[in-house]
Design a binder for this molecule. Sequence first.
Ligand code: GRF
Length: 188
Amino acid sequence: MAKVAIFASGSGSNFENIVQRADKGELNNIEITALYTDHHDAYCIERAKKLKVAVHINEPKDFASKAEYERRLIQLLELDEVEWIILAGYMRLIGPDLLDAYEGKILNIHPSLLPKYKGKDAIGQAFNSGDNITGSTVHYVDSGMDTGEIIEQRQCEIKEDDTKEDLEDRVKHLEYELYPSVVAKIIK
Ligand code: GRF
């Protein structure tokens, strides 16, 4: 039974979805040890409380450096014997210490068909692009911004009369299927 930590910075709907899928036994009996967040007021904390998932709140501003912040995370992860990290809307690049500690064991989901539209507001970038297809990508994490090896992608339409919110909604719903399905294939 693999122990897994989920990192999120914001709403946490992918976090909640993965916890629910795990609870239903769809994810090879992985154990989600805790939510890790870098914002004390992130909505994902509320979700974690409702789901009865432990929360570690660590804000980089409270540490002397990013390396110190990440060393604290590594300490906590190792205490819980975490083997895999799932990023779900975690809005920071992973630094060298954490990458070394969890080489090849960090997954991320990004709301575009990478390598298109890396970085912030990928859905806005796709919405404004004139493309009629976008989607989401699950990939391994490396030191770059959304540059790690792609594991799986799913597509959806960008409709002519879509608002950006319509598109966000469509991509999110695709992610709620894509991310658990990749987690079930990779983390055993
Ligand atoms: C998702 O769209 C994911 O692709 C991106 O951040 C968003 C997080 O959404 N990395 P939520 O916090 O899970 O609702």
